[in-house]
Design a protein. Structure first.
Lengths: 419, 860
């Protein structure tokens, strides 16, 4: 299989519409417009496409709900907030292959009956904003967006909205609040965005990578697509690998590629030949794995069976020089900072956990701190309003689960040996 | 029918509700904190988590809707742990300063912790710190105690509609950024305070002055300020009102109050209250005994009556006094003094407007239920800002907009500007043309219904095009068309009408046009009312041409009925209106004036002339709670009991009769009792054992109040006409007066500002309201200010033909370039001291919109 999502990105002008077209781009939108919207959704269903934003929700199911809702207009939102620490997989699409996303959104918009789309862009991607805006203009000028797409009387407009840097705004309902101009905080569900989303209208929120799969599904058909990667979770997947590997970067590989292979085959192994200490396989809030647990297929269905989650596909590799108490502290510090404050357990719990971790890491841990952290995270887990709070609890629980002796050592010796 | 099982108990529900509501309906308690029945769902505190079969995650009972067959458990060991855990989280950063906190005793967090909370703390880290803030005039804010439930914000945004506060920052740094020194248009309603579950935002008025459990006396009564008639609970300790709060479920205001109702009560305990009767000796008021004052009053009134006849005496009743006070007063004037010379400040607009509209549409036409406004699909607002004059009514207009209704505003209505009003603002003195344009458009769109020929005769020849409106009023044709289209497409419209119309030139003609709009749209009409018993004072017959029950004096049949009831003849000659009393005083014809609870020397336009006229009057009696400008002119002054110190009834603008209950004990007499004592000294029997007996007489003889009892009124739904018959079908000819046209170009006019935070001079005796709105200011547009290089805070001299005042300037960018706005609330700084008036011959209301004014900068 050639590259689908990262196709042609070595070309320095890949973001230009002509280069995209030269490489076969915008040939699937006309094909899609020949089909009935329902047929496209059917193809997506056959393809078995799951959302790439973190939760792996079946895309066709979400679309079916939204298109079944009688309210108009409908909206398509592209989640380009990419805020999960360690994640930078959407960035090459946004910066190097924007037309793939635009073509995907145009196809999706048509399938959904949505006439307006927004790309909610991570605040820290100013470059991508310019690139996207230029690409949207080109697409409009070339009739791939606008009031009358390819002369077929189909309407789809696209605009970029830049976030202000809050991680929580990647959560789809907080994203909608933020897009509406309110403070980014998750909304009560139900009603779900597919029924009552942005401006109280049916709304589909999908990740950049998710939507970028659409042209290819149209190109090869749902059946063929479903043969790529894991049967229950097919398709190409972007893995962004960071940390102590020889060749960090974004890798397009079939879904279900074994984590060990990603690290050792594709990324050239641990930097300097050092020993692997731990891997966080799917972004900072996914459960950490010790070296003996990395023979797992990296997809949405298999990772939970192996004690973690695929999340955003952000693989963070740590070698033996790393203090995991400090890593845990840093993640909690991030989550405390990013907690929106809406719900009690997350607002108060993240800060409490961060304080204890800070003490332990700084050599001021007390006996009982580990159990206290487990108890506090237990009081959070399953009780928060949105997954951010659960994520924070899970980080602490999993770090302690796999690396408890390291925490104990910090408390006992009242210092960190990595310093 | 939906069946759910909660803790093994089967519950049947008619319609889908939340699990919390279902549980409560079955008497099952689930602890909550962010939930509040008046507010939108939130689901943030997580205290109400429950187990639901088939749903793996715990669910918040306050947000989850029940579905048929749902099985819920609220009391399991797991849930107990969850609650302990959540409460622990809420406490870790809480200062635990209950012994010092005013909320202790009625704090939801305290109660919850006591019942469900952890026994000891495990938090060893530093607590978040935030100093207590006293930067606001009436609120104290302690963000360390805040539990981030956002109840305050949801109240301010979603119910009050002020959007003055928000939670700013994120996560543990979140805090409520409040009130903001005027930055965000806080309306000081305090409704956020009502819903705060903890001691994070509280009123400063009672700070550290009592504990909630020490207020034994909680009296349910009616707000003393405006014609909405909100139910309030006065909480009293040691005969001093400590706090006034609303009541959820009360008929008019359902848990809401405005700034005046909530924070305006302190006048009751003011040290400036009159304590003893006074008699003027050698030009100076001196303390006297009750006996002296009463017998002097009786003697002098008797003498004057004998010498000059009853019609040389007049009475001014009070829209702030009870129905019972007013009833006894007019009976005294008619029976003891033999004159119909009785009137009130309702004459300044409300009375004439109501009479005009009722003449066309029948009695009760303006008595519409306030809460019904929110169910209208459009509300047309003209003649004043309802959100300032009758704030709780204003909330219903905001609610109408929130439910998708349209607000149609004639002129800029500040309190509704956030609610997408469709606004048309006519140039000065062109409102009439605009109204004609609207009537023309509606006639074209809807046709004439044919049911009121007399009204149709008045409008049949009116034909004003959108183009003419554009040229004449300066309203773009498309804006006018949008306005009339929106209006005409409305199916259940309401009209909210303020006093500015009656007080403008051509007022009665405009009222005819507004009546025509009401007629063509089949709308409901609401009259804004500035005083708590403005309706009641009319219904009690405190008008020169009305007998109790709003019965016209001119009908012999009614006169007869009252003559029989009172066993006394009643003069058939209509009395003097309040303005005719002034004229009569000026010409020396008026010899005595009896004033109950009113301050005409301040509250009538051209107040300097009023004062000069009153100086001619031989004998003036004033009953009041403060020594007013009018009181200072009096020969006898009686200290009256205030609103909080007596029983009685008020009738609000819906004509809902409501009970005032005594909250505070104070020595002295009610207004009616003073009058009855004077009568007794004149040999006239006007004896009652109490307010209730007076009301019994009213309900016996007034057809509108027939069979109404205090017990019945206490239930809250006593809306007039109560079991009574409507007045009559006879319609008098519709008279109107077009007024003269004025070319305002290049001039400035003095206009009356009717502020949210004040009402008459009464509110200026309430320190909290004075802190919020401390002094009279001259409000002008930026352009007017600039022309004189005036900035906010600069001093300016505001002069008219009758005098001048030096006032600080306030630049208001919502104002037009022809107006100088000034309130009539602050002693010696009232707009009325600078205003002359003419009288509209039809409504008898004072026309005050033609006062040219000069503005000059005063150099420091
Ligand atoms: C705290 C939080 C942060 C999230 N951030 C992102 C993000 O940055 N990008 C993203 O695509 N999805 C993010 N999600 C997931 C979205 O809520 C949503 O599931 C996703 O956009 C749906 O798109 P998909 O079905 O295509 O994956 C986040 C979820 C949570 C709870
Ligand atoms: S878990 Fe609660 S506080 Fe945390 S981000 Fe989600 S809603 Fe906000
Ligand atoms: S007092 Fe009223 S207007 Fe002011 S913040 Fe509170 S709710 Fe809002
Ligand atoms: S101030 Fe009170 S009502 Fe507002 S969020 Fe804090 S605790 Fe809740
Ligand atoms: S709206 Fe009127 S009656 Fe109600 S609280 Fe305010 S002033 Fe009092
Ligand atoms: S009361 Fe239900 S979450 Fe707060």
């Amino acid at each position: 299989m050639g590259k689908v999502l990262l196709k042609n990105i070595e070309n320095p002008d890949s973001a230009d519409i002509n280069e995209y077209k030269k490489a076969g781009g915008y040939s699937n939108l006309p094909k899609a417009l020949e089909k009935q919207p329902k047929e496209i959704i059917e193809e997506v269903k056959k393809a078995g496409l799951r959302g790439r934003g973190g939760a792996g929700f079946p895309v066709a199911m979400k679309w079916t709900f939204a298109s079944a809702d009688p309210k108009f207009p409908k909206y398509l939102l592209c989640n380009a907030d990419e805020g999960e620490p360690g994640t930078f997989k959407d960035r090459p699409i946004l910066e190097k292959n924007p037309h793939l996303l635009i073509e995907g959104m145009a196809i999706s918009g048509y399938a959904l009956g949505a006439e307006y789309g927004y790309i909610y862009l991570r605040g820290e991607y100013p470059e991508a904003k310019n690139i996207l805006n230029r690409a949207i203009k080109q697409a409009n000028d070339n009739g791939f967006l606008g009031d009358n797409i390819l002369g077929k009387g189909i309407k789809f407009h696209l605009a970029v909205h830049q976030g202000a840097g809050a991680y929580i705004c990647g959560e789809e309902t907080a994203l909608i609040e933020s897009l509406e101009g309110d403070k980014g905080q998750p909304r009560i569900k139900p009603p779900f965005p597919v029924n009552v989303g942005v401006f109280a209208k049916p709304t589909v929120v999908n990740n950049v990578e998710t939507l970028s799969n659409l042209p290819y599904i149209i190109e090869i058909g749902g059946d063929a697509y479903s043969k790529i990667g894991t049967p229950d979770c097919p398709g190409p997947k972007l893995y962004c690998v960071s940390g102590h590997v020889e060749k960090p970067g974004v890798y397009e590989l079939p879904m279900g590629t074994i984590l060990r292979d990603i690290i050792y085959t594709h990324c050239g192994g641990i930097k300097g030949g050092r020993k692997l200490k731990a891997v966080i396989p799917g972004g900072a809030t996914t459960p950490i794995l010790p070296p003996d647990k990395i023979d797992c297929p990296m997809d949405f269905v298999n990772m939970p069976k192996h004690g973690s989650m695929l999340g955003s596909g952000a693989v963070i590799v740590m070698d033996e020089s790393v203090c995991l108490v400090k890593v845990c502290y840093r993640i909690l510090k991030f989550l405390e900072h990013e907690s929106c404050g809406k719900c009690t357990p997350c607002r108060e719990g993240t800060g409490w956990l961060r304080s204890i971790l800070g003490r332990v890491e700084g050599g001021e841990g007390m006996e009982g701190d580990i159990d206290l952290m487990l108890s506090v995270s237990g009081n959070m887990m399953g009780k928060t309003f949105c997954p951010l709070g659960d994520g924070a609890a899970s980080v602490v629980q999993n770090f302690i689960k796999h690396f408890r002796p390291e925490f104990e050592e910090h408390i006992k010796n009242a210092k960190c040996r990595f310093k | 029918m939906i069946k759910v099982t909660i803790n093994g108990k089967e519950i049947e529900l008619e319609k889908p509700v939340t699990v919390l509501e279902a549980a409560r309906s079955a008497g099952i308690k689930i602890p909550t904190l962010c939930y509040h029945e008046q507010l939108e769902k939130y689901g943030g505190c997580r205290l109400c988590l429950v187990e639901v079969e088939k749903i793996p995650r715990l669910q918040t009972a306050c947000t989850l809707m029940v579905t048929d067959g749902m099985v819920v458990r609220t009391e399991t060991p797991q849930i107990a742990d969850v609650r302990r855990g959540i409460l622990e989280f809420l406490l870790i950063n809480h200062p635990l300063d209950c012994p010092y906190c005013d909320k202790a005793g009625e704090c939801e967090l305290q109660d919850l912790v006591e019942k469900y909370g952890p026994a000891k703390g495990r938090y060893k880290e530093k607590k978040r710190k935030a100093p207590e803030s006293l930067e606001d005039p009436v609120f104290v804010r302690n963000m360390e105690r805040c539990v981030m439930c956002t109840r305050c914000v949801r109240m301010c945004d979603g119910v009050q509609g002020a959007s003055a506060i928000a939670i700013i920052n994120r996560g543990g740094h979140s805090h409520m950024e409040p009130f903001s020194g005027g930055k965000y248009d806080c309306e000081y309603c305090g409704n956020c305070v009502s819903v705060c579950p903890v001691g994070a935002i509280m009123s400063r008025l009672h700070r550290h002055s009592y504990r909630p459990w020490q207020v034994k006396e909680k009296t349910e009564t009616i707000c003393p300020y405006c014609g909405v008639g909100c139910t309030v609970i006065a909480q009293v300790r040691d005969d001093s009102i400590k706090r006034v709060i609303p009541k959820i479920g009360s008929s008019v205001n359902n848990g809401m109050l405005c700034s005046r109702g909530r924070f305006g009560y302190e006048f009751v305990g003011s040290s400036e209250r009159l304590t003893s009767p006074m008699i003027k000796k050698n030009g100076v008021l001196e303390q006297a005994t009750w006996e002296e004052a009463i017998s002097l009053t009786a003697k002098r009134l008797g003498e004057i009556k004998n010498k000059y006849g009853g019609p040389s005496i007049a009475g001014i009743a009070s829209p702030r006094c009870t129905n019972e006070d007013n009833y006894v007063f007019q009976k005294f004037m008619r029976v003891a003094l033999g004159t119909n010379n009785i009137d009130s400040t309702a004459r300044t607009g409300y009375a004439g407007t109501q009479k005009f509209i009722e003449n066309i549409f029948g009695q009760g036409a303006t008595a519409n239920i306030i809460s019904g406004l929110s169910n209208s699909d459009s509300v047309l607002v003209i003649g004043g800002d309802p959100t300032a004059i009758n704030p709780i009514l204003g909330l219903q207009i905001r609610a109408c907009s929130r439910k998708g209704g349209n607000i149609l505003a004639i002129g800029h209505i500040k309190g509704l500007e956030k609610f997408n009003p469709v606004t048309v603002s006519p140039r000065f003195y062109t409102e009439t043309l605009l109204l004609e344009g609207i009537v023309s458009a509606l006639k074209n769109k809807k046709g004439l219904p044919g049911s009121i020929p007399a009204l149709e005769a008045k409008i049949k020849d009116i034909s004003t095009s959108a183009k003419e409106v554009e040229n004449g009023c300066g309203i773009a044709e498309k804006d006018f068309i949008r306005f009339t289209d929106t209006l005409s497409e409305s199916l259940t419209p309401s009209i909210v009408l303020g006093k500015d119309i009656a007080q403008s030139s051509g007022g009665s003609y405009k009222l005819m046009l507004i009546s025509a709009i009401n007629y063509l749209m089949n709308a409901r009409i609401y009259l804004l009312s500035e005083r708590a018993n403005e309706q009641g004072v009319l219904d009690m017959g405190c008008a020169p041409d009305l007998l109790p029950g709003y019965r016209p004096l001119s009908f012999a049949e009614f006169r007869k009925r009252y003559e029989n009831a009172w066993k006394s003849p009643i003069s058939e000659k209509p009395g003097l209106s309040i303005f005719e009393m002034v004229d009569s005083a000026k010409s020396n014809a008026l010899k005595a004036l009896y004033i109950m609870g009113e301050n005409p020397v301040f509250n009538l336009p051209n107040s300097k002339a009023v004062k000069a006229a009153l100086k001619n009057v031989e004998f003036i009696v004033v009953q009041d709670i403060f020594l007013t400008e009018t009181g200072k002119l009096a020969d006898v002054v009686f200290p009256a009991l205030s609103w909080a110190e007596k029983e009685g009834t008020f009738t609000n603008m819906e004509r809902r009769i409501q009970r005032l209950r005594k909250a505070v004990n104070r020595e002295g007499m009610e207004d009616w009792r003073i009058i009855s004592e004077v009568a007794k000294n004149m040999g006239v029997k006007l004896d009652y054992s109490g307010a209730e007996e007076i009301f019994q007489e009213i309900s016996r003889i007034s057809p509108l109040h027939r069979d109404l009892t205090y017990e019945e009124i206490g239930k809250g739904g006593a809306i007039y006409p109560y079991k009574g018959e409507p007045l009559r079908g006879v319609m008098e000819d519709i008279q109107m007066h077009k007024g003269s046209s004025v070319n305002p170009d290049g001039k400035l006019y003095l206009r009356l500002e009717r502020p949210l935070f004040h009402s008459g001079t009464l509110s200026t005796k309430a320190p909290a309201l004075v802190k919020i709105y401390p002094e009279a200011v001259a409000r002008v547009s930026p352009a007017v200010g600039e022309a004189l290089s005036l900035k906010s805070g600069d001093m300016a001299r505001v002069s008219t033909r009758t005098g001048s005042l030096e006032l600080p300037v306030n630049i208001d960018n919502k104002l037009d370039n022809l107006s100088v706005m000034l309130t009539n609330n602050f002693e010696d700084k009232g707009a009325f001291s600078l205003m002359e008036y003419t009288i509209d011959p039809v409504t008898k209301a004072p026309v005050i919109d033609a006062n040219e004014v000069k503005l000059e900068k005063v150099l420091a």
